[in-house]
Design a protein around this ligand. Structure first.
Ligand code: NAD
Length: 395
């Protein structure tokens, strides 16, 4: 099969296996270049391990400190005439590289919200790892079937209380226009909290504790976003922000349990806005990211997922370092994004951006490059005109 990008709105419906492998290898190389993280995590469960921040966490743990990892994700395999999703190919490439380097790597492709996947994970940890010393919870999902009630909750990306109007960009067509998003109703707010809030993270941690599969002193970490005031109505103060507040509540509850378990910790890291499959679906945010990339690249402070997580592990969580927390108790690895000189420039550019000057005033070009890279396109050394086998079995 010859696989080319097919972009439909904010998704690309194809993915290139060799390109995804090259993208994973770039991340592995970066972690190796930065040097060992010591002491670092040794036995790691990553929930949401196949793309974005979760994949970068898995790579940082394995290639930074030689960790054995169990990765959980929900990806679609290839079908007749259709390649698999990028997370499928990423995981195969990661697993091959980890095992070739002598590191244990096991995978579960299934619904992390379900009791069944939790049970499978507990069995694998008990059988192969004994206990885990780090749990990364990095799910981004549009829906959750609740394991106890069977209700299907769908998350929304909406403001709360009032409609929100702002500029947005169609990243595919390069058109800047205004968008008005109606406020969520009470059900939408509750559903988003059920999907992206902290209940499932608590369920995972309780199941691990009950089964005695958490090493004393273990760390649990999850990721959130805050960002600047341009995006607050749709993010921080919107339905997703409400869910993220619940994630912080869950973090405190888990932290209390882990403290009593050999002085472990639960933490939330506020990460930088980055092009991922999750963020490209949020209105307004891709325009913000395009401007942010322009400003941060000019200042030499731009980072991708792997640079963010490598820095998080090396300077906050491990390597003999102590996490520096903000007044709300969160790690701020979004510190470079939120520097006043960066945000002042973003705020100055924001009102000026139009369809006509989009390429000049923003890094929409870099946004598109990063977007396609997530699907394995535009990587150096890959012949995209060559036939490639799309049907790869999960390892
Ligand atoms: P992503 O879409 O790249 O990754 C999501 C992961 O979750 C994938 O591995 C996917 O397979 C997995 N997943 C989704 N539903 C699942 C299910 N039901 N069962 C098992 N696995 C499932 O997302 P991301 O942007 O890396 O987001 C990860 C976390 O980081 C989220 O909590 C997000 O809010 C947070 N975050 C993202 C940004 C950003 O700009 N992208 C910034 C700060 C924080």
């Amino acid at each position: 099969m010859i696989i080319k990008p097919k972009v439909r709105g904010f998704v690309c419906v194809t993915a290139h296996p060799a390109g995804c492998a090259a993208h994973v290898q770039q991340q592995i190389d970066l972690v190796k270049t930065k040097g060992p993280i010591s002491p670092g995590p040794k036995k790691v469960l990553v929930i949401g391990a196949s793309t974005g921040f979760g994949l970068s966490s898995r790579i940082s743990a394995t290639f930074g400190s030689g960790a054995a990892t169990l990765g959980i994700f929900f990806e679609r395999p290839s079908e007749e005439g259709r390649p698999a999703t990028p997370g499928w190919y990423n995981t195969i490439a990661f697993t091959q590289a980890a095992r070739a380097a002598g590191h244990y790597a096991a995978n579960i492709n299934g619904d992390a919200f379900s009791d069944d996947v939790k049970k499978q994970a507990l069995e694998i940890i008990a059988r192969d790892l004994g206990q885990v010393d780090l749990v990364v919870y990095s799910l981004a999902s549009p829906r959750r079937t609740h394991p106890k009630t069977g209700a299907v909750h769908k998350s929304t990306l909406q403001p709360i209380g009032a409609p929100y109007t702002n500029k947005t960009v169609d990243t595919d067509k390069g058109i800047v226009n205004e968008i008005t998003i109606p406020p969520a109703d009470a059900a939408g707010i509750a559903d988003t909290l059920a999907v992206m809030g902290g209940e499932d993270w608590e369920m995972w941690m309780q199941a691990l504790l009950d089964a005695k599969l958490l090493a004393p002193g273990a760390i649990a970490i999850s990721y959130t976003y805050i960002g600047p005031c341009h995006t607050w109505p749709i993010y921080r103060d919107g339905t997703i922000g409400g869910a993220k507040l619940d994630l912080e509540r869950a973090c405190r509850a888990i932290d209390a349990k882990l403290k009593a378990h050999g002085n472990g910790r639960a933490l939330i890291s506020v990460n930088k806005a980055l092009v991922t499959q999750a963020s490209s679906a949020i209105p307004v945010v891709p325009l913000y990211i395009s401007i942010l990339y322009k400003v941060m690249k000019a200042k030499g402070t731009h980072e991708g997922c792997i640079e963010q997580i490598q820095r998080l592990f090396a300077t906050q969580l491990f390597n003999g370092k102590t996490a520096q927390l903000d007044p709300q108790g969160r790690i701020r690895i979004d510190d470079w994004e939120m520097r006043p000189e960066i945000q002042d420039e973003v705020a100055a550019i924001w009102p000026k951006v139009t369809t006509e000057n989009l390429v000049e005033l923003t890094d929409i070009t870099g946004y598109r490059t990063e977007f396609l890279k997530m699907f394995g396109f535009g990587l150096p050394g890959i012949d995209y005109d060559a036939e490639i086998e799309p049907h790869l079995p999960m390892l």
